[in-house]
Design a protein around this ligand. Structure first.
Ligand code: PMT
Length: 396
């Protein structure tokens, strides 16, 4: 994404989460410039913020060098969005009153960009009549909110006022930065992602190297374009994305069950195990109880993509599968298109040298009845965005 945000870091214990948010934004190629309030510097150091963002951190209102290089008005002008993390009670009060007595509040008053705030404060401060009045004023002024959530607080209390997690703030930022034309608004889209895990016994299983990154990026791109997304995921270490229905599964059988429903579009990016162990041992297979090595026999797993591609009243208008190949990528992709009965195959090379499993980049070939379209090496996020734009075009 070729966008940038101006992040205003307020002085609260939740300020440490701004560091993780900067890391997440940079991983998505979203540029970050930061302003820190004096109080924020008590919680995180400008050096940490500068190192993660790769940009100079601004804090003083009257700084001759800054004004020459990048005036405070220019700071917000050059950003696509202003984000306040954490938005303390004090910062919100200043915003509501239109006060401008430091760089953060002056920039917030001077900006003509959308402003997203992630409030964080003690539950009684949040519920106080003054804060509630400020919230109403800010909402009226068009300020966007993400959180706060309910939960345990650093002060030992429980309730509303806990800052939204960095992944939630990231989702809110991406939504605001994404094109306002919601090309997939109202469309129901099912995405499968990650590997499946087929048990051998209660301890061991058979699986593969899928990290879920490509499938999750597709689900997020569809959500950002306004779709009503259901993400069915095998076991991965990614945080469940917000703003969609998320179903966690382990095996291919569970994945097939979770895919039940009526959808406009189905995208099968999961690396589903083709086979499962015929008889799963209910106890751990003990080395000293068998002679030699255990012999396992396998049976076929259900083919989710082929099942969802079958003609029928509830078939999605568009069914997209992936082909993970280590040789003859396009040729095998074409064979899979015919065998599975889907409308489109995204063929990708998953040989060890490609770095696709678990990596951030992918080279894909779109194989359909119309022919083959080769895309250049892109980030998985770019593949996802282009794919969802293609899908929107097909649905027209
Ligand atoms: O997760 P990442 O680390 O980001 O890596 C991304 C990826 C390589 C996993 C992804 O881009 C990809 O190629 N996913 C499909 C992996 C796969 O299982 O491909 P396949 O060629 O074995 O299967 C073909 C298609 O049938 C796939 O859409 C698959 O989801 C589907 N399938 C396969 C077997 C089965 N029993 N049921 C299925 O639905």
């Amino acid at each position: 994404m070729n966008k940038s945000v101006l992040m205003i870091i307020g002085g609260g214990i939740a300020a440490y989460k701004s560091l993780e948010l900067i890391r997440l934004l940079k991983a998505r190629s979203i540029g970050v410039r930061a302003i820190m309030t004096k109080a924020a510097e008590e919680f995180v150091t400008p050096l940490s913020v500068a190192s993660l963002s790769g940009e100079k951190v601004h804090s003083a209102l009257f700084n001759l060098t800054d004004e020459v290089e990048m005036g405070h008005i220019e700071l917000s002008r050059s950003a696509d969005l202003v984000v306040v993390v954490p938005a303390t009670a004090d910062l919100m009060a200043k915003m509501a009153a239109g006060l401008a007595n430091d760089l953060a509040s002056t920039t917030l008053l001077a900006t003509d960009k959308k402003v997203l705030i992630a409030p964080a404060m003690n539950v009684r401060m949040w519920l106080h009549a003054a804060t509630q009045r400020n919230i109403a004023t800010l909402e009226n002024d068009g300020i966007q909110f993400v959180g706060p959530n309910e939960g345990d607080m650093a002060c030992g209390e429980f309730g509303a006022g806990r800052m939204a997690e960095p992944v939630e703030i990231l989702a809110a930022i991406e939504k605001l930065l994404s094109p306002t034309i919601q090309l997939l608004k109202g469309k129901k889209i099912l995405v499968t992602a990650g590997p499946t895990r087929e048990p051998i016994d209660p301890v061991r299983y058979i699986s593969n190297h899928s990290s879920g990154k490509q499938g999750y990026a597709i689900a997020e791109a569809a959500r950002n374009m306004g779709a009503d997304v259901t993400l069915v995921s095998g076991p991965v270490s990614l945080a469940p994305p917000t703003g969609m229905t998320f179903l966690n599964v382990q095996t291919a059988d569970e994945m097939l069950n979770a895919c039940e429903g009526v959808y406009d579009v189905v995208i099968c990016a999961a690396a589903v195990a083709d086979w499962k162990v015929a008889e799963v041992s209910s106890n751990k297979i003990k080395k000293n109880k068998i002679s030699g090595v255990p012999s396992l026999s396998f049976i076929e797993n259900p083919d989710i993509l082929a099942t969802l591609s079958k003609a029928g009243k509830s078939r999605a208008k568009l069914v997209v599968g992936f082909a993970a190949e280590t040789e003859d990528v396009v040729l095998n992709g074409k064979a899979k298109l015919a065998r599975k009965g889907c409308d489109l195959i995204i063929a990708n090379d998953v040989s060890e040298t490609s770095g696709v499993f678990g990596g951030d980049k992918n080279i894909v070939h779109l194989v359909s009845a119309k022919g083959v379209e080769d895309w250049p090496r892109l980030s998985k996020i770019e593949v996802a965005q282009r794919l969802m734009a293609y899908v929107a075009g097909q649905l027209k």
